[in-house]
Design a binder for this molecule. Structure first.
Ligand SMILES: Cc1cc2nc3c(=O)[nH]c(=O)nc-3n(C[C@H](O)[C@H](O)[C@H](O)COP(=O)(O)OP(=O)(O)OC[C@H]3O[C@@H](n4cnc5c(N)ncnc54)[C@H](O)[C@@H]3O)c2cc1C
Length: 383
């Protein structure tokens, strides 16, 4: 594990390694190629307590602190990116946000059902014309009596094709952003699955169409107008933390594949790892993986202690770890030669999954912007 943790956390991670090897890794290629996430795996993840891993026990959670949750995400993410995405969306994006801003009734209803795997959700922010500029969503809401009427289209929404409910971000005519819990069965809600993805093929990505959908006031998540500043910001911060660990997970899995292949494949009468150029690639990959993991651990410690600027440390970790995942998986494909571009080996899948991390939860350019604003303040020294 390479980090000091409590006996409780050590046991959770040991169990997670066993679970990932037994139940998750053997399904990873099949989930990727079929585009179907098995219901049985959702149930197994729930039974392990993973879909509520970081939530308090009263909502069916394991009560993991951010360090333990990160280490858990790492183990699941090494085994299968689609399964890690389930963890990211249910536990981090939705669960953590609802824990902080949900009413008691909302938490009792939704968190318990999500923890047990009976209901799964999706976080619906992006739209056909709105991605990075997330403050300016075009999905609208208007108040009529005590109800809200929603209209619009959401795009790229992970798990939307199979989710039971959606947290939808919408704006009123004055641009005030509010989030709503929208159950799938409401009249005027439909989803259209999106095929042809580079990665995350097993997360049932879909468009959500909302046509005059009536939402009762008790389904507002947080207060009216707090949708961007509180709900979206909190969801993305937790999502980024999870994606940072996903980057470390993919890069480490790729590094292990690279090492194994270089030790077994021979050319010119020598194992690949004897060649200086291959040693250079492996040396760089080890260095990058260690550096990315160190950043994740630093963000984890800040989040756990509630000290330092954990939001920016998390953005730095997400930016760096996703970049490292792309670089290391690229090199893993290279070391595998022709076998790197064929699905008999995991290298090509890891490469595709890594690229997605530079786009979701805020693209790398958006992270650079956030990090540079932070840096321009923090490193402005008056002498
Ligand atoms: C696999 C997958 C799963 C997803 N799951 C979800 C989900 O569950 N829920 C959800 O709401 N969304 C989801 N998304 C959407 C994702 O959050 C967006 O794709 C992402 O925010 C980028 O938005 P965009 O695609 O519209 O790109 P754009 O915002 O159009 O950006 C295009 C390019 O321009 C760059 N750019 C944009 N603005 C700037 C700027 N100011 N300065 C410099 N460069 C800039 C970007 O970095 C990018 O390179 C998912 C996407 C994918 C691919």
């Amino acid at each position: 594990m390479g980090v000091q943790v409590s006996d409780f956390t050590a046991q959770i991670i040991e169990d997670a390694i066993g679970f990932a090897n037994r139940e998750v890794r053997p399904l990873a290629a099949e989930i990727d190629s079929s585009g179907v996430f098995p219901r049985s795996l959702i149930n197994k993840m729930a039974r392990q307590g993973y879909l509520a891993a970081s939530w308090p026990k009263e909502y069916g959670g394991l009560g993991l602190n951010p360090m333990a949750y990160g280490l858990l995400t790492e183990q699941i993410g090494k085994a299968c990116s689609n399964t890690r995405a389930l963890l990211t969306v249910q536990t981090s994006l939705l669960g953590e946000t609802m824990l902080r801003f949900g009413t008691v009734a909302q938490k009792k209803t939704w968190l318990n059902q999500m923890a047990s795997g009976d209901r799964i959700g999706a976080f619906a922010l992006s739209e056909p014309n709105v991605g990075s500029d997330a403050k300016h969503v075009q999905t609208t809401y208007r108040k009529e009596g005590g109800k809200y009427i929603l209209n619009g289209i959401k795009k790229w929404i992970s798990f939307a094709a199979i989710a039971d409910f959606f947290v939808v971000v919408a704006a009123d005519e004055s641009g005030r952003v509010t989030t709503f819990i929208v159950e799938r069965e409401r009249e005027g809600v439909s989803t259209i699955p999106m095929a042809g993805m580079l990665g995350n093929r097993g997360v049932h990505i879909a468009e959500i169409r909302l046509h005059d959908v009536e939402i009762p006031a008790e389904n507002v998540l947080g207060s009216e107008g707090s949708g961007f500043t509180y709900i979206v910001s909190t969801a993305l911060d937790h999502g980024r933390y999870s994606i940072a660990w996903a980057g470390v997970a993919i890069a480490t899995e790729a590094l292990e594949a690279m090492v194994a292949y270089s030790r077994t494949r021979s050319q010119f009468g020598e194992k690949l790892h004897h060649f200086q150029l291959i040693k250079g690639i492996i040396g760089d990959a080890v260095t990058k993986v260690h550096a990315a993991r160190a950043l994740c651990l630093s963000a984890a410690q800040m989040r756990k202690d509630g000290t330092g600027d954990s939001i920016h440390e998390t953005a730095i970790a997400k930016y760096f770890a996703s970049k490292v995942a792309v670089e290391v998986t690229n090199d893993t494909v290279q070391v595998h030669g022709g076998n790197g571009v064929r699905d008999e080996y995991p290298a090509e899948r890891l490469f595709r999954e890594a690229k997605v991390l530079e786009i979701i939860e805020g693209t790398s350019q958006i992270q650079q912007q956030v990090i540079s604003q932070f840096g321009l303040r923090k490193y402005m020294v008056k002498r």
